[in-house]
Design a protein around this ligand. Structure first.
Ligand code: NAD
Ligand code: UD1
Length: 340
């Protein structure tokens, strides 16, 4: 298949390009580089031998999207492009609605006009809001806790409505749990701007000495060790999930949501200790107060992905920590330095 990968220079998109190329697909990346570097595609080449075609552009730019779709005929689209920082979305809601909602509307309208209807969307477990029942199944109630989550929920709603109105759409909403880790080569990984908000990049930057210590946000939750529990999924497993979807998408008319998670929850302290094992030394951390908005526990029922696509995670927490550390230690400045 020839696949359009919007946001393909980003963290998950670039790892998905690797899996796509390894599976024999052709990837064309469309990205405005607002949160990524084209260097990630050189790393895709270093890992696979093939550099995806890159077109710099913005999904909100109708003329650019239309020109792209005139130039290439695509069998499917994987839509990663979007803004993703929860805290930033609270301080800049307009930017999040404009980028994620307007951009997706332009993209889907142009796809429709160009006859491209196989569509895989990067949704998030954030659409479940504060979980009422665990593990989370796809039919759990949906709600949004912040503007970022609102954009994911609205995009899902838009996609359900479009598929309902036009039977030509085949849309799969992939609800990611917590993507972490890096390609095992150490050449590709997550390269966040500024001080990371998420746990794993924060941990790796403490380990490399860029940050002093990790603050563990709360140890008084009703969990086995008092710290929050999440479902961490290796980014290569997540990327492989998209390729499994592509192999079935022609048989999936309509719009369907599927969790991509491991089905296992790990506490913050369990992650810290697994990481200490990976680096062979203690990680400086302290217990801090709770972070507003955090749920005590969140993990997937991942059985639908296995049932529908034959996909499940292969890598556990030790590989996640090993690969995250390899990436960070080989690239202390992320993509700011060239491939070694
Ligand atoms: P990322 O920021 O690394 O990648 C997103 C890419 O989209 C970036 O390369 C950015 O430059 C590009 N982009 C943003 N706006 C664009 C626009 N208007 N036009 C063209 N390109 C644009 O993020 P990621 O972690 O790879 O996430 C990919 C997708 O998965 C996002 O939609 C995100 O919301 C979703 N998601 C991520 C996580 C996570 O923890 N990383 C969890 C759930 C869902
Ligand atoms: C966060 C977002 C979620 C988004 C997901 C994807 C919030 C409230 N939720 O999920 O919407 O889809 O990222 O990236 O921001 N932790 C610490 N110390 C830290 C950082 C995190 O103890 O410095 C803890 C958190 O309290 C949480 C766990 O680690 O319990 C995971 O946090 P994080 O990586 O930010 O992910 P989520 O909050 O699950």
């Amino acid at each position: 298949m020839r696949i359009l990968v919007t946001g393909g220079t980003g963290y998950i998109g670039s790892h998905t390009c690797v899996e796509a190329i390894n599976a024999g697909h052709e990837a064309v990346v469309f990205d405005n580089l607002s949160n990524s570097s084209e260097e990630s595609l050189n790393r895709v080449r270093a890992v696979t031998g093939t550099r995806p075609v890159f077109v710099k552009g913005d999904i909100r730019d109708r003329a650019a999207v239309s020109a792209l779709l005139d130039k290439f005929s695509f069998d499917a689209v994987i839509h990663f492009a979007g803004l993703k920082a929860v805290g930033e979305s609270v301080s800049k809601p307009w930017e999040y609605y404009e980028n994620n909602i307007c951009g997706t509307l332009v993209l889907m309208d142009e796809l429709r006009k160009h006859g491209v209807f196989n569509f895989v969307f990067s949704s998030s477990a954030t659409v479940y809001g504060n979980p009422e029942k665990l593990p989370l199944t796809e039919d759990a109630p949906l709600s949004a806790l912040n503007p970022y989550g609102q954009t994911k929920l609205w995009q899902e709603d838009m996609m359900r409505a479009m598929a309902c109105a036009d039977p030509r759409w085949h849309i799969v909403l992939l609800r990611y749990f917590n993507p972490v880790g890096a390609h095992p080569s150490g050449l590709m990984g997550e390269d966040p701007n500024g001080i990371p908000n998420n746990l794993m990049p924060y941990i790796t930057q403490v380990a490399i000495g860029r940050l002093r210590e990790l603050s563990v946000f709360g140890n008084d939750y009703p969990t086995r060790d008092g710290t929050c529990i999440r479902d961490y999924i290796h980014v290569c497993d997540l990327a492989a999930g998209h390729i499994a979807v592509l192999s079935k998408i022609n048989d999936m008319p309509g719009c369907d949501a599927v969790n991509l998670g491991s089905g296992h929850g790990y506490s913050v302290l369990e992650i810290v200790h697994a990481f200490e094992k990976a680096i062979g030394r203690p990680l400086p951390y302290r217990i801090a107060s709770r972070r507003a908005g955090d749920a005590a526990e969140c993990y997937a029922d991942a059985s639908k992905a296995e049932r529908v696509f034959g996909w499940k995670t292969k890598r556990g927490i030790d590989e996640i920590c090993r690969d995250a550390w390899k990436w960070q230690s080989m690239n202390p400045n992320g993509y700011g330095q060239s491939a070694s």
